[in-house]
Design a protein around this ligand. Structure first.
Ligand code: AMP
Ligand code: MG
Length: 339
C-alpha cells in the first residue's frame, strides 16, 4: 500500500490532497484547499499571495489529514508542485514540504503542475491517449502525448486565458475571478446576439489574448457604460476567445488523429466553452470529456496523483533536502516515463 500526500502552491491556491494506492486501485481520501482572493480592483500580488499560503498551510494540511484519517507517520511519499508558478508561492509550499520531509523522514517527488492537471483529468475520465486543452489563470496549452513527452501543439504567446478574463473583468468593474461573472453577463448578450467584432488572434497553432483585452477595454471606456453594452461586450469577448481555442483544438485533433479530447483547468468550468468544444468533437466523432470542477481547478489531489504515477516508476524520488522549485518548468520538458 502507498499513501501519497500532494501539495499545490503554484498560484492563488494552497491545496493538500491525500490518496491511497493498493492492488492497482487508487482511492482519493482528501482534497482541501484555501484560495487567495486579491483585494477588489487588484490582481494577484505574488508576495501577498505567498503570505496567504504561509498563514493557511498548516491548517489546510491538518484538515486534509483529519479527513483522510491519516497521520504523517503513515505517509510514504510527498508530491509537490515544483513549477511552473509564482516563485514566492512555490517557496511557501516548498518550505512545508521540506519541514515534513525532514521531521518524518519522507522522500519527495517534484511534480510539474501542468502534467498533474493532465493526468488527473485523464484518470477521472478513464481516458488513455487524448488531446488536452488546459485553460487556467496562467496557462493556455493544447497538449498531446507523443514519443516520451507531452508535446505542446499550441499555446498562448502572452497571457493565460483565465488571466485575460480576470483583467478584462477588473477593467469593467467586476470582481475577481472574472471568468464566472463574464460568463453570467454574456448570457443576455448571447440572447440578443449583438456581436461586437474584436481581434481574433490565432497564429499557426498559437494564440494571443492581450490585444483582445486592450481592444475590449478601449471599447468599454469609449461606450455609454450601460449594463446592456457590458453584457454585449462580455458575450463578444467570450465568443471570440472560445472560438480561437476551439479552432486550435480542432486542428490538433485533425493532425494527430487522436479520438479523445479532454478539457481541464479552472476555465473548464465554463458551460459555453464545454458546449463549443463538445459540438466540435461530436462533429468529428471524438469523445469529449470535461474534467469535473473539483479536479479541474488547482488542487492538491492532482499533485498527489501525478506524484503516485511517477513514484511507481521508481525513478522520480529525491531526498527532501534536494527539493527545489522551477518557476518556468514547461510541460514538454518532462520525461514521461510512466506511459
Ligand atoms: P485556475 O488557475 O486553473 O485555478 O483557474 C482560475 C481561472 O478560471 C480564473 O482566471 C477564472 O476567471 C477562470 N474561470 C473560472 N470559472 C470560469 C468560467 N465559468 N468561465 C471562464 N473562466 C472561468
Ligand atoms: Mg493550474
Amino acid at each position: 500500500m502507498t499513501i501519497v500526500l500532494g501539495i499545490e502552491s503554484t498560484s492563488h491556491t494552497f491545496g493538500v490532497g491525500i490518496l491511497k494506492h493498493e492492488d492497482d486501485k487508487t482511492e482519493f481520501l482528501a482534497n482541501y484547499k484555501s484560495v487567495f482572493k486579491p483585494e477588489k480592483g487588484k490582481g494577484i500580488d505574488p508576495s501577498i499571495c505567498a503570505q496567504h499560503h504561509k498563514d493557511v498551510r498548516e491548517k489546510v494540511l491538518k484538515k486534509a489529514l483529519d479527513k483522510a484519517c491519516i497521520s504523517l507517520e503513515q505517509v510514504d511519499v510527498i508530491a509537490y508542485s515544483c513549477g511552473p508558478g509564482l516563485p514566492p508561492c512555490l517557496l511557501a509550499g516548498l518550505e512545508l514540504v521540506q519541514k515534513i520531509s525532514s521531521d518524518y523522514n519522507i522522500s519527495v517527488v517534484p511534480v510539474n503542475h501542468c502534467i498533474a492537471h493532465i493526468e488527473i483529468a485523464k484518470f477521472s475520465g478513464g481516458l488513455k491517449d487524448s488531446i488536452i486543452l488546459y485553460v487556467s489563470g496562467g496557462n493556455t496549452q493544447v497538449i498531446g502525448y507523443s514519443e516520451g513527452r507531452y508535446r505542446i501543439f499550441g499555446e498562448t504567446m502572452d497571457i493565460g486565458i483565465g488571466n485575460a478574463f480576470d483583467v478584462f473583468a477588473r477593467e469593467i468593474g467586476l470582481d475577481f475571478p472574472g471568468g464566472p461573472k463574464i460568463d453570467e453577463l454574456s448570457r443576455n448578450g448571447k440572447e440578443r446576439g449583438n456581436y461586437i467584432e474584436l481581434p481574433y488572434v490565432v497564429k499557426g497553432m498559437d494564440l494571443s489574448f492581450s490585444g483582445i483585452v486592450s481592444d475590449a477595454v478601449r471599447r468599454w471606456n469609449k461606450s455609454d457604460k450601460s449594463h446592456k453594452f457590458k453584457e454585449d461586450l462580455c458575450f463578444s469577448f467570450q465568443e471570440t476567445v472560445f472560438a480561437m481555442l476551439t479552432e486550435v483544438a480542432e486542428r490538433a485533433l485533425s493532425h494527430t488523429k487522436k479520438n479523445e479530447f479532454v478539457l481541464t483547468g479552472g476555465v473548464a468550468a465554463s458551460e459555453r466553452l464545454q458546449e463549443m468544444l463538445s459540438m466540435m468533437c461530436r462533429d468529428r466523432g471524438v469523445i469529449f470529456y470535461g474534467c469535473p470542477r473539483e479536479y479541474a481547478g488547482d488542487n492538491g489531489l492532482m499533485i498527489a496523483y501525478a506524484g503516485l504515477i511517477q513514484y511507481n516508476t521508481g525513478k522520480c524520488v529525491i531526498d527532501g533536502n534536494k527539493a527545489d522549485f522551477n518557476p518556468s518548468w514547461r510541460t514538454d520538458e518532462v520525461d514521461v516515463s510512466w506511459i
